[in-house]
Design a protein around this ligand. Structure first.
Ligand SMILES: *Cc1c(COP(=O)(O)O)cnc(C)c1O
Length: 343
């Protein structure tokens, strides 16, 4: 199957499995797993942070960050379409007693900082204490401009807020911009990265930041049930991914661009692939066409996910240039000469 539903669907390569098999392991709750320790040092160094903590998932590492930054009754400012607010089960509120202050951000994950200013609560017992400003890069595959990140950081500093970056796909952003990832991550106090999206590891995220916050985060990880034991076998996949699967993200971006280019040839479809996009192509289908098309593709070995008329196609490690041609052929077979009107 050619699976374009997400970049989470990648399977570990033979070389990655070999690295996992060979991993030296120990009890990580005792701090004795050499491979996890190496992964944490590697990520801290790559991201320009003092320390890092390996986590089971991005949801867990984001929540560890929020709980390290915020106490009970604190508040974090977040995109109302941001992952930590919308797609993590409300964990900050449910488990952290942290109130989200969701705001309407722009499509590329930036926000009008004057609006953020207005959302910061005065220090008054009526209000939650505004503590943290949360950003996401990439957001829906879109790369945040570096100058916005610098501005956001200065803004947060002058207002006494910390910055957390949900960098599940921050390496896609770095590769797109042609910069070291540190050029991005230097603008946030803490950063969460995912190893199991485009980087192709089967499991895992890493949270990086200052020593004091990482100590708190490690404590919360245990509380959240994320104290794993001989998980170096997973960390080995992460190290392999960081060594071998970062620069190749440019191939995923090229494949997405190729796909978008091909799809623009179908007048029935509204195709979005702006210049700041990385590995995602968004499509709007004619009314009533999305559902039947998903079935049509599945029968031809192509998996898509569609939400009403909108479709997100995601490229990754397990999608080749040839696969892109196969996918385009599905669209061709379904849409060409079918007489479907543009709507
Ligand atoms: C995938 C993702 C996460 C973490 O998700 P998990 O499935 O818990 O690993 C966090 N933020 C963003 C933007 C994501 O895309």
């Amino acid at each position: 199957m050619i699976d374009l539903r997400s970049d989470t669907v990648t399977r570990p390569t033979a070389a990655m499995r070999k690295a996992m098999l060979a991993a030296d392991v120990g009890d990580d709750v005792y701090g004795e797993d050499p491979t996890i320790n190496r992964l944490e040092r590697t990520v801290a160094e790559r991201l320009g942070k003092e320390a890092a903590v390996f986590a089971a998932s991005g949801t867990q590492s984001n929540l560890m960050a929020l709980m390290a930054h915020c106490e009970r009754g604190d508040e974090y400012i977040v995109n109302q379409r941001g992952h930590t607010y919308l797609y993590e089960g409300g964990g900050a509120a449910v488990l952290g007693s942290i109130q989200p202050q969701p705001l309407e951000f722009k499509p590329n994950g930036t926000v009008d900082l004057d609006m953020v200013t207005r959302a910061i609560k005065p220090d008054d017992p009526h209000h939650a204490r505004t503590r943290l400003f949360c950003l996401e890069n990439t957001h829906n595959g879109l790369v945040m401009p570096l100058d916005f990140l610098a501005e956001a950081r200065d803004f947060a500093r002058t207002r006494g807020l910390a910055v957390h970056l949900d960098g599940a796909r921050v390496f896609n952003a770095a590769v797109h911009l042609g910069v070291d990832v540190e050029a991005i991550t230097q603008h946030a106090d803490t950063v969460s990265i995912c190893l199991s999206k485009g980087l192709g590891a089967p499991v895992g995220s890493v949270l990086a930041g200052p020593h004091a916050l990482m100590r708190k985060a490690r404590r919360w990880r245990k509380v959240l049930g994320g104290g794993m034991r001989q998980a170096g076998i997973l960390a080995a996949a992460g190290i392999f991914a960081l060594e071998h699967h970062v620069s190749r993200l440019k191939d995923d971006h090229a494949h997405a661009a190729m796909l978008a280019q091909g799809l623009k040839g179908f007048p029935q479809l509204k195709v979005e692939y702006p210049e700041d996009q990385t590995n995602m192509v968004f499509l709007d289908f004619p009314r009533d066409h999305a559902e039947p098309f998903v079935g049509f593709c599945r029968a031809r070995g192509v998996l898509l996910s569609i939400d009403s008329r909108r479709c997100r196609l995601v490229t990754h490690l397990d999608v080749s240039e040839r696969d892109i041609q196969t996918v385009l052929a599905c669209f061709e077979a379904h849409f060409s000469g079918s007489g479907i009107a543009t709507s």
